[in-house]
Ligand binder design. Sequence first.
Ligand code: AMP
Ligand code: MG
Length: 422
Amino acid sequence: MNHKTDPHDCCGPDDDVKPLSVDQALQRIVGLVEPLAGQERVATRAALGRVLASDVNAVVDVPPYTNSAMDGFALRGDDLDLAASDGLRLIGESFAGHPFAGTVGAGECVRIMTGAVMPDGADTVVMQEATNVDGDTVHAAPGGKHGMNVRQAGEDLRAGGIALTAGTRLKPVDIGLLASVGIAEVPVWRRIRVAFFSTGDELCSIGEPLREGCLFDSNRYTLYGMLTRLGAEVIDLGVIRDTREAIEQAFRDAAAMADVVITSGGVSVGEADFVKETLDRLGGIDFWRIAMKPGKPLAFGRLDEGAYFFGLPGNPVSVMVTFYQFVQPALRRLAGEQSGPELWLRAPCLTRLKKSPGRTEFQRGVLTTGPDGQLAVQTTGAQGSGVLHSMSIADCFIRLPEDSGDVEPGTVVDVQPFNGIV
Ligand code: AMP
Ligand code: MG
């Protein structure tokens, strides 16, 4: 089986094919990914972070009954003038959970608390602060409006109306909304399963002593974190040694148990490992050069078992940038999520940014308030693709277009605020 899309996509190390632009690469990836099938019903609390598989309709009106928005007195709007001159007769009370059983007639009123049911006959509430009670006569300040301070049944949502649409990833507010319309269980898409491993003989796992010439594997941790924030089931296959057998076995294991396989390292030019060679045998994987920094090399395609594959570069910042820009949108689509367009801002950059023309750069930035009190951005400092600290202190990417050179202070730049997965 060969899932390759177009032979020209394949940019081997020696190709001098023009690199893909960031937008071209994103379009291709998202275009090749299909949402996974498979739904389940889960309790409303368990649905937090899951993606709704169908529209959810309200089963009751919200609010379910017409009620008072204020503590005060419920009366007929036609009696507002009378309330301001002679006063109205107080005939009872309506408290939250304890409605008034009778009817408010002409010249009458009922003491009412916020959220309590509006008594029959009444359609207007005068707030307590605008009244003066003398025995069982209530006087109101002049100038009230017919219908004021009343929340109508169904004013938030009508029974039968759509409360949430299919493809929504449920946030805390959404599970609250589901509860408000009486929904105890919802259909959600099944979680996507993502297996990942690191390659490189220089990598140690935390807990092991750091050997001479080695470094700790951080990519499996940033990947674990971002995937977890995206609601995926993660399968961490550890560090795989650079032997033909170990790499091939790791790919076979990963593809057999996951919808998506992600690796880091081993896709750059001149890598002395077996990742590329193994992938050429195991499926239709394209090796792309993308005109971006960090994160120039990226492998993408499908393994023969059907799993999608992302081969990310090894450098810790490159992993996060390529995950954010390409893997994230693909995984959201696989998971059935339908999100609106992403938020981009334009803001003046307070600091100078070094850049050579030729590639789109995703520099790390911090949003701030400029000297004029308006939104501005500044750099996090050193931008090396191994400087994970630059991601840690950042709250946004500053995206500089391919043809841009150095950026002088005060220049307005494109800013992509992090969306919570970093
Ligand atoms: P590679 O793409 O395999 O050539 O790796 C590029 C750089 O990233 C090298 O300096 C590697 O040591 C480093 N690197 C690769 N994988 C990891 C990892 N899992 N954690 C931290 N650094 C890594
Ligand atoms: Mg390597």
